[in-house]
Design a protein around this ligand. Structure first.
Ligand code: KG4
Ligand code: ZN
Length: 341
């Protein structure tokens, strides 16, 4: 079955082709350069840029896969969650294509799709086949969700952030330190030169439950930054590296502890770590080591599939189509606040 996946929920326009579980092409056009000067995603700019890119990258996805529109068996599109104006671009494009070519269309949940990224085949990559149930942590700029997965299509929400998402905490810390946007990767780079226990930062809600909270950590970083007068520090002041390392260590400890607790709570056979923040090296190492200690399998996507992409949308979309789940009519609307569970 040949499926086109389309994604435009935030600041990446993406198209991918998936055939019988294998990703044939995955094109991502990032808008980061357009939003950087504003320090975050500007919804109107995002929608316009998606509009300009969506047909171009769809053609690229077909060309790269060596397939054409006539061979397509179905279309999968991100229905939510995300920015409504941004989501609508791919949703309406997908509807038009599905109508014109008389193809089935499925609506995919973006956050769930992240959790399938470790299990996608690609030329030269045979994906692992997990044993269920799994505990899956999706950590990105917009989401921090913990799920129990009983198979690729069956998700139950175990916990979520009560305020900021983990990636948002990285981005806000980076913004405070004048490191630009998005900040996750820069924080990771700076943290390599710092000591993770130099500053004592809080680990909010560490000992209780499966929900998260990152706003207290963000506030603690801000207070420390002021107390230490880091705004006046030269860019090569090692205390900035210590702050990045101490922040990252706090975030990693909270995320790893909750993922471990989720595994124990549901009797998981393994754990998934996915979403943009899953590209973070120390987080992957800590979560992987925690799973090793428990004797559980650990699945994290290759870094290119951590960030937003349409391969994961096509992959989940193909499974949904085979199961007859989430089929859309032409009246379907985007679901900006769609919670997966
Ligand atoms: O999944 P994603 O591409 O978009 C959303 O759905 O939000 O995630 C983007 C988020 C940003 O907050 C970015 O700072 C974070 O992922 N990120 C990282 C790293 N690379 C990206 N956070 C920590 N360490 C990284 N290496
Ligand atoms: Zn995402």
């Amino acid at each position: 079955m040949l499926i086109l996946g389309l994604e435009s929920s935030c600041d990446e326009t993406a198209a991918a082709l998936c055939e019988d579980g294998a990703i044939l092409s995955s094109i991502v056009r990032s808008q980061v350069d357009l939003h950087r000067q504003y320090g975050g995603v500007v919804p109107e700019i995002a929608s316009r840029a998606h509009l300009e890119a969506v047909d171009v990258i769809t053609r690229e996805a077909f060309a790269k896969a060596g397939r054409d529109l006539e061979q397509l068996d179905g279309i999968a599109v991100t229905l939510g969650p995300g920015l409504v104006g941004a989501l609508l671009v791919a949703v309406n494009f997908a509807k038009g294509l599905a109508f014109a070519k008389n193809l089935p269309l499925v609506g995919v949940n973006h956050v769930k799709a992240h959790a399938l990224a470790p299990f996608m085949d690609a030329p030269g990559r045979a994906a692992p086949v997990p044993e269920f149930p799994l505990a899956a942590l999706v950590v990105s700029g917009g989401h921090t969700n913990l799920y129990r997965m009983d198979d690729y299509l069956s998700f139950a929400l175990l916990g979520r952030t009560r305020d900021d998402a983990a990636g948002e905490a990285f981005d806000k810390t980076a913004k405070l330190m004048n490191l630009g946007y998005p900040g996750g990767r820069v924080i990771e780079e700076m943290a390599r030169r710092g000591e993770p226990d130099f500053y004592a930062l809080p680990r909010p809600m560490l000992s209780e439950g499966l929900d998260f909270s990152f706003s207290g950590l963000k506030t603690a970083v801000l207070s420390l930054y002021r107390e230490e007068k880091l705004a006046e520090a030269p860019p090569d002041d090692v205390r900035l590296c210590h702050l990045a390392a101490s922040f990252q260590a706090a975030a990693v400890e909270v995320l790893t502890t909750k993922l471990t607790r989720a595994c124990e709570t549901v009797g998981a056979k393994g754990a998934v770590l996915a979403g943009g923040v899953a590209a973070n090296g120390p987080l992957r190492e800590a979560a992987g080591a925690a799973m090793k200690r428990l004797g559980l399998s650990f699945y994290a996507p290759p870094p290119a599939w951590c960030a937003d992409n349409a391969a994961m949308i096509a992959s989940l979309g193909e499974r949904q189509l085979l199961a007859g789940e989430g089929l859309l009519t032409l009246e379907a609307e985007a679901l900006p606040r769609w919670q997966a569970a």
